[in-house]
Design a protein around this ligand. Structure first.
Ligand code: SER
Length: 320
């Protein structure tokens, strides 16, 4: 990875991944791709940036040529709940957009990382220790676009030799940019409520387990997979990765250990609950561990400590 384009650099993952990549590969070598309605702010402005709209192939091509891009992180997507209310847009961004990115990658010889998700699984998938290769029959538009992402990415690898690689991200928890429109968002919002001293109303039922991951581990996965020796990769699109699985009670108790007065009640959102019920409880990530030495660093306890500490600082600085 010498010259990298991050598409969706102002989003939930992109806003942190762009800065992390710049730390490792040099500020000048990482272009923050954005759409005009989500301009780079703050630290992101310290390096190169350019309009990179997946729905406009030409905009991606211009950046690839101008910055001699060899690696693209394609993070443009609508999360699961939003995708249900805007299915056509979810397809347009997720799949027509991916097609554009892959075509540019084919022409300019770029490697491409396009995340899949735990949302690529469905009701018929084994929910516990979900295998790497198993039934994937999602009934959400988010899931449909993610399975298609996996297939199309593999197709471009097999047919054209485009170096496509991906992971299936769990719910990602971070203290920087809010997710917005996902089923796992509650696991981020609960921390903000706790630190602000507010009561949290949980939209997901107790006992609903889903895989979650702290942002530093998610970034570490995205970077180390793209750095991995291709000769060792049996799989490509997309690897199961896992670090922790919890239900609302689990994260509530983990926070309560540090903030005993914190309170949570439930007001279940039927759409979110139905989506969550169709997703696995916990993935088996042994292929990722074997093929590119995937190893998470955070568990629920260490993530909780770090989240609370970082959010307290944000609250003091009045930046949340
Ligand atoms: N965080 C995503 C969502 O909830 C799942 O990958 O939509």
């Amino acid at each position: 990875m010498k010259n990298i384009l991050v598409i969706g650099s102002t989003g939930q993952i992109g806003s942190e991944l762009t800065l992390e990549l710049r730390k490792r590969y040099g500020v000048e070598h990482v272009v923050a791709g954005y759409i005009p309605s989500a301009m780079p702010q703050g630290e992101l402005q310290a390096g190169p940036s350019a309009i990179a709209d997946v729905t406009d192939r030409q905009s991606i091509e211009v950046v690839a040529r101008q910055f001699k891009i060899d690696t693209i992180y394609n993070l443009a997507a609508l999360l699961s709940v939003v995708a249900e209310s805007r299915p056509a847009m979810a397809w347009k961004v997720g799949i027509d957009g991916l097609w554009n990115v892959l075509e540019v990658a084919r022409e300019y010889g770029c490697a491409v990382f396009t995340p899949s998700s735990i949302g690529s699984f469905g009701m018929e998938t084994p929910h516990v220790k979900t295998p790497q290769d198993t039934i994937q029959r999602p009934r959400t538009m988010y899931g449909v676009t993610k399975v298609t992402t996996e297939l199309l990415s593999d197709y471009y690898f097999v047919k054209y030799g485009v170096d496509t690689r991906a992971v299936r991200f769990p719910g990602i928890i971070s203290n920087v940019t809010h997710p917005g429109g996902g089923t796992t968002d509650y696991a981020v919002e609960i921390f903000y409520a706790a630190v602000k001293g507010e009561k949290f109303v949980c939209p997901i039922k107790a006992g609903t387990y889903m895989d979650m991951m702290y942002m530093p581990d998610a970034m570490h996965a995205a970077i180390s997979l793209m750095e991995a020796d291709p000769k060792r990769l049996v799989h490509r699109n997309a690897f199961n990765i896992a670090s922790m699985s919890f239900d609302p009670e689990g994260v509530y108790q983990a926070i309560k250990k540090h903030l005993p007065e914190f309170e949570m009640t439930y007001e279940v959102d039927p759409l979110k609950q139905a989506i969550a019920d169709s997703w696995p409880d916990c993935l088996d990530d042994s292929c990722a561990r074997r093929e590119w030495d995937w190893m998470p660093r955070y568990d629920l306890e260490s993530m909780t400590v770090d989240m609370l500490e970082k959010l307290r600082v944000k609250l003091q600085k009045k930046v949340m």
